[in-house]
Design a protein around this ligand. Structure first.
Ligand code: SF4
Length: 86
């Protein structure tokens, strides 16, 4: 189980979540090559410890526990994992 970033992040990429994450599992960060070209940020499902710290800091409420991910954004679980080749 991991947290998932969904559609509201597209075009937003606020990165407050990056600073809040204790295990540095949200990418691409501002200083990473892929940041400019990526439409959104993603959570590595293999590294996320399900702490929830990223959820309240997101200005567009784009982050959900997998169990709470709205059905209309269900594909974002795979999209987050795919960014990390998982
Ligand atoms: Fe990072 Fe915690 Fe959010 Fe997972 S739930 S992405 S570990 S801040």
């Amino acid at each position: 189980m991991a947290y998932v970033i969904a559609e509201p992040c597209i075009g937003t990429k606020d990165t407050a979540c990056v600073d809040a994450c204790p295990v540095d599992c949200i990418h691409p960060k501002k200083d990473e090559d892929k940041h400019a070209d990526s439409e959104m940020l993603y959570i590595d499902p293999a590294e996320c410890i399900d702490c929830g710290a990223c959820v309240p800091v997101c200005p567009v409420s784009a982050i959900f526990a997998l169990d709470d991910l709205p059905e209309k954004w269900a594909e974002f679980a795979d999209k987050n994992a795919a960014f990390f080749g998982r």
